[in-house]
Ligand binder design. Structure first.
Ligand code: NDP
Length: 283
């Protein structure tokens, strides 16, 4: 008789709202593809219940968890350890288990770096320009800086949020960071190697694009968007028209998930399968 095991290994995501989070689709597709007896569940957890939810996660023997809005910062209070890059970023999107210790990680920026390297592009450049200074921008800029990028320009609408990120990068990473205010159309400097839209502009159903002078883009630039849905944003379309090489946010989303998948299961994630699952969900 075949061996039976009705007990799944459990991972999931906590957030609020959480119902529309597509990560479970790509994780479950990956588990099925590799024949792993694992399950990924979404949990709607209010801010006030986060501590209890972590206690429950430990008690129930979860192998890992993703954290999304509004928990990415507060979760740091309830972990045994935090990875050095996640500690600099000040936010955790993935928790993994080491023995019975909960370790906080941030795979968002690592997913961005991996999407560069999968395209054969080095994350070590002279000058990266980042539109936005929120959570995605923090994760991307810290990982670029730790990877060896020398100069980072943060372009942000709110001065305070932009300055906070610039101060963080200058204090805690080897890179040199500066702030550009974003009150009128932004002209991208000609020495920019990588331009990233790390704002939420362009996320479905909003067809808008960041207010930059698209004619300042050149074919020497790598232009990347964090927006995963739609993958082909108006921002990337404009960049492609100017001959720039483009990288979409769907890749970043898949790779940040693939890095978490490997942390949890110890196995290489089937990224093609995961990408297809997301494409079907976004179609
Ligand atoms: P935050 O709310 O933390 O930050 C949003 C940023 O966008 C801020 O810098 C904000 O500027 C800026 N912004 C928003 N609207 C405008 C506007 N109209 N004009 C100028 N600036 C604007 O969000 P996150 O950083 O967490 O997320 C940003 C996007 O990244 C989301 O769409 C999310 O889906 C995506 N994302 C994608 C990931 C992936 O794997 N592909 C991973 C993580 C996030 P200000 O400070 O002035 O308000």
């Amino acid at each position: 008789m075949a061996e039976t095991n009705y007990k799944h290994d459990l991972v999931g995501a906590m957030g609020m709202p959480i119902a529309e989070n597509p990560t479970g689709l790509m994780m479950e597709a990956a588990f099925r593809h590799l024949g792993l007896n694992w399950r990924y569940q979404l949990f709607e957890v209010a801010e006030a219940s986060l501590k209890d939810a972590l206690t429950g996660m430990r008690a129930l023997g979860f192998k890992g968890m993703n954290f999304t809005i509004p928990h990415k910062v507060n979760v740091l209070n309830y972990l045994d350890r935090v990875a050095p890059d996640a500690a600099i970023i000040g936010a955790v999107n993935t928790v993994r288990l080491e023995g019975n210790q909960l370790i906080g990680e941030n795979t968002d920026g690592k997913g961005f770096i991996r999407s560069l390297s999968e395209a054969g592009i080095s994350p070590v450049v002279n000058h990266a320009v980042i539109l936005g200074a929120g959570g995605a921008a923090r994760a991307i800029t810290v990982e670029l800086a730790l990877a060896g990028t020398k100069q980072l320009t943060i372009v942000n609408r709110s001065h305070e949020r932009g300055q906070t990120l610039v101060d963080l990068l200058n204090a805690k990473t080897p890179a040199k960071a500066g702030l550009e205010p974003w009150q009128t159309t932004y002209t991208v400097p000609q020495d920019c190697d990588i331009l990233v839209n790390a704002t939420s502009i362009g996320l479905y159903p909003d067809p808008a694009k960041p207010d930059i002078d698209y004619d300042s883009l050149t074919k020497q630039m790598i232009v990347s968007d964090v927006i995963p849905n739609p993958p082909q944003t108006a921002f990337l379309n404009e960049a492609a028209k100017r001959g720039a090489r483009t990288l979409d946010g769907l890749g970043m989303l898949v790779y940040q998930g693939a890095i978490a998948f490997k942390m949890w299961t110890g196995k290489e994630a089937p990224t093609d399968v995961m990408k297809r699952a997301l494409e079907e969900a976004f179609a």
